[in-house]
Design a protein around this ligand. Sequence first.
Ligand code: NAD
Length: 499
Amino acid sequence: MSFSIPSDFASELYFINGKRVKGEGEQTFPVYEPRSGAVVGQCPTASPAVVDSVVRAASAAFPEWGTKTELERAAVLHKAATIIRDNLEEIARAEVRCNGKPIYEARVDIASSADTLDYMAGIAPAVLQGDSMDLPGGPLTRFAYTRREPLGVVGCIGAWNYPFQTCMWKVAPALAAGNAVVYKPSPFAPASPVLLGMILTAAGLPAGVYQVVQGEAETGQALCEHPLIRKLSFTGSVATGQKVQQACASKNIKPVTLELGGKSALVIFDDSEVKSAVAAAMLANFLNQGQVCTNATRVFVQRGILEEFTNDLVKEANEKLVMGDPLNDDTRVGANINEGHLNRILGYVESAKSEGGTVLRGGVRAHPAGVENGFYLEPAIISGLNDESKAVREEIFGACCLILPFETEEEVIRRVNNTSFGLAAGVFSKNLARCHRIAAQLEAGTVFCNSYNDTEVNVPFGGFKNSGHGRENCPDTLKAYTQTKAIYVNVQDSLEHCF
Ligand code: NAD
């Protein structure tokens, strides 16, 4: 299949009617390459009028795609998955340039994005089947059946931490269910969804069925409010999620999926194998420079192993968190998304210090050789805070691991749940009965037992409480991109009435 990745990626960041284009708009925003800190382009912001024309074009393209069978649509999506696998290294490198994450992680994200396409395309024919129901009088008189129909044009708004994968988690089920999609990426990582457009088009997706517009709050809001947008799927912060949900009810009523922030916790009991518990704390805090929604910055450690665990974690972090150009194979800590975000994380380190915390490692800006101007932060491990401190209460969204001692099971469950977020949690113990008992009591959409931050394409993902509603990566996701139509059928020659 012919497909090649453009080298001048930042020059055309809209994907309209099957083609990369520059886009139009009086206002622009700078496009950064986080690894070098360089501004690599200026991208126009889509005004509400531009959003309107792009949504209308998607609406015009929708009927052709929406009336194909699930198997016909699946053929295109499976082809797109093949293109991704055939070009994995190049796509992963583009993702590094877009977001600053180590190439090692980008390869995993891109491979799993291909799996998402195969999974959604593969389950759609079975999951989206209708039902048939016999009615009183029997099937020779009347029956009913249901059809699962696509919604029309779906709007999707993404965050910047997993630019390609976040886009895929929304676009794959939306397309598999027969919808057209208008996607608005974060202005901090705008390029990857355009690449996905090129891949889908090369795989045979009709022009206009997948569109990408760029911009910030005004553009996102225009998408949320547009009457032809029949569903909105959003990934981002709680504060923006609240605005999105309101805007989605302002002009017409649309269903909303919200994948929002978190303040997750990892609980380590003193019967845990310390080496594995340290591994879990590393996975829970330092993937993607800590910019992971499920990250467990609150690491609760039972007193009995507190000292051993803390010493081993700091040692492991010092040895294994190799920082450098994220395009290098051996780099494990890449660049943060931008200067503002880096300073926000540093602000949490400062607040922790002022509230009595001890910084055991990291927490300072770094300038790795060759990429000195990128947005690098030496990952922090901090102890000595209590649950009231700012860093322990708020989402940091950066590499800032907080070690918090605890005594009893009952106490730690209460402290873990004492937050308005509810995205994820982890529990470590050799006592499996205790793991399951605690998993059932934690207020979180995902619980990891003796592990952390596993993400599989066929396991439901989403939040409790303020971390959102709706699920990605499961049959329910596909269903949420459809509407059920019930059809009553009278098979008799005549119909009687009650009057
Ligand atoms: P953000 O809320 O600032 O922005 C998210 C998106 O919303 C961006 O595309 C932004 O341009 C857009 N936006 C901003 N204002 C808007 C408005 N008024 N109407 C519509 N759209 C608007 O979040 P972020 O900084 O991009 O991402 C970080 C946040 O996302 C963190 O809280 C993180 O936990 C969360 N997140 C959650 C998940 C999840 O699956 N639960 C995954 C990744 C990130």
